[in-house]
Write a protein that binds this ligand. Structure first.
Ligand SMILES: *[C@@H]1O[C@H](CO)[C@@H](O)[C@H](O)[C@H]1NC(C)=O
Ligand SMILES: *[C@@H]1O[C@H](CO)[C@@H](O)[C@H](O)[C@H]1NC(C)=O
Ligand SMILES: *[C@@H]1O[C@H](CO)[C@@H](O)[C@H](O)[C@H]1NC(C)=O
Length: 455
């Protein structure tokens, strides 16, 4: 079932030979300014209409929210998810390469899990992927991890697999809240992070630990080859790279430009922005709750203002309860912000009261959001929307909460927010053209308005 033993001496000889020929820039993050990756939206380049985009985003958000809630119960990783109504349940794929020479992989950007893995050859059960399977035997820098290492023992499930030459390698199984699962061997290899402009070269980091998934089941249909873990555990990419911080900046979801993701964010990206209460940079604490099982980035949401009016929401509505329910998280894997139903209803009432447009009754069930009819040629005013966090106020640009859909004889404008359960989730529609910095060293989350395609 596992890899055949390799001829180690041959491999070493080949490697020494090749090392003299190819010279990728190998760095550890301490020497480097930052690693830059690029992410693509799962729906980019599919030629979808805006109505379809909105519908797919809403379906994905609901499915993800269901998984977040079930993950909370069992303390599981949140993971990739179910295929809802024909819609892949993934938001962003990050592109990188593994091995020497580099083999490309495209992984789901997941702030809800730790392990980074890709499907590997030879495979016992793999889902279809567009790229060739990662082939360990074609990489000169590939190594299997022995099972006595802490990285292996710290996995939720791992054991020692016997190799025919006697090494005891790390065999893992990693499951997600939707019951998707990857099983394989834990390995290490050089990762190459390509530059965002797609230029040749890139930066290589040796000896990163990842899972070689040879038995992967569940529903993986977003064109991914695996998952990139960005949560807080020791195996996540930010942890392994000893990055004090990471960030992403999502370009407009209706466009197709790639979004930059940084590991180790250069401080000078912010040198022009001003900090403070009224400044451009808005920062709030990332909260680590001991009682919470869910692997997610919690923040403290305090309230919401629509137009000129702060909604009469008791703060307890957003607070984390003693039993681990409630609370608010920021998530790379949720499309639209989800709010507890009672909050959502207040929000809709406030929009209806402060918008001089008639509510649009959908003719099909494909859009279930609150929508308004817009007469032809009108660019209607809509009330401002501000999310209040502890220490930060996020005054959202209109494009980050209203979604315009053209229709024959006019258009509709819809509020891109969904009713959910007691857990509030800040989704990535609301994060467009914001540089979102996860400062892990100081447990702070910052939002900085940016033109993400220009970063
Ligand atoms: C799937 O990934 C491949 C390889 O990166 C790419 O060429 C293709 O356009 C992607 N398909 C979709 C629908 O995103
Ligand atoms: C991010 O972390 C790196 C070290 O990993 C540090 O040099 C850099 O200043 C940090 N950036 C910000 C914006 O805090
Ligand atoms: C900061 O401002 C300077 C001068 O206006 C400009 O040249 C530079 O590109 C800006 N840096 C960033 C990261 O926006």
């Amino acid at each position: 079932m596992l890899q055949e033993p390799k001829q180690v001496n041959m491999k070493l000889a080949k490697m020494l030979l090749l090392l003299s020929l190819i010279s990728p820039i190998v760095v550890s993050l301490c020497d480097a300014e930052a690693l830059r990756l690029h992410a693509t939206h799962a729906d980019a380049g599919r030629g979808l209409s805006k109505r379809e985009l909105l519908h797919r985003m809403a379906s994905r958000s609901k499915a993800r929210s269901a998984r977040l809630l079930s993950g909370r119960a069992v303390g599981a990783r949140v993971g990739p998810g179910v295929y809802t109504d024909g819609v892949p349940d993934t938001e962003y794929l990050v592109h990188m390469a593994i091995g020497t020479p580099p083999q490309p992989v495209q992984l789901v950007l997941d702030t809800g899990s730790d392990l980074t893995w890709t499907q590997c050859w030879p495979c016992m059960a793999c889902f279809r992927q567009a790229l060739p399977l990662f082939d360990p035997s074609r990489s000169l820098t590939f190594a299997m991890q022995p099972c006595y290492l802490p990285t292996c023992r710290d996995l939720p499930w791992s054991s020692c697999g016997e190799q025919s030459w006697g090494d005891r390698i790390c065999v893992y199984s990693y499951s997600y809240a939707d019951k998707s699962i990857t099983t394989g061997h834990l390995d290490s290899d050089t990762f190459t992070f390509a530059s965002a402009d797609g230029a040749a070269g890139g930066v290589s980091v040796p000896d990163l630990t990842f899972g070689c998934g040879i038995f992967n089941s569940g529903v993986f249909m977003s064109n991914e080859t695996g998952i990139a873990g960005f949560a807080r555990g020791a195996l996540s990419l930010p942890s392994q790279l000893k990055a004090d911080n990471f960030s992403y900046c999502f370009t407009a979801i209706t466009g197709s430009e790639p979004s930059p993701v940084f590991l180790g964010v250069p401080a000078n990206l912010y040198s022009n922005a001003t900090h403070g209460d009224r400044g451009v940079v808005q920062s709030t604490a990332l909260i680590r709750y001991r009682s919470v099982q869910l692997k997610a980035y919690y923040i403290s949401l305090k309230g919401i203002t629509v137009g000129t009016r702060r909604l009469p929401i008791p703060e307890s509505m957003f607070a984390l309860k003693e039993d681990g329910t409630g609370g608010a998280i920021i998530d790379s894997g949720t499309g639209m912000t989800m709010l507890p139903e009672a909050v959502y209803n207040l929000l809709c009432d406030a929009f209806v009261a402060q918008t001089r447009l008639s509510v649009h009754k959908p003719t099909s069930s494909s859009v279930s959001q609150l929508c308004f009819s817009v007469p032809p040629g009108v660019k209607p005013d809509v009330p401002a929307l501000v999310l209040h966090f502890e220490g930060a106020s996020l005054d959202l640009p209109r494009e980050n909460y209203m979604f315009e859909i053209e229709e024959a004889g006019g258009s509709v404008t819809c509020l891109a927010i969904n009713p959910g359960e007691d857990l509030s989730v800040i989704g990535n529609f609301q994060q467009q053209n914001l540089h979102v910095l996860y400062d892990l060293a100081n447990n702070m989350l910052s939002f900085i308005p940016a033109q993400c395609n220009k970063l």
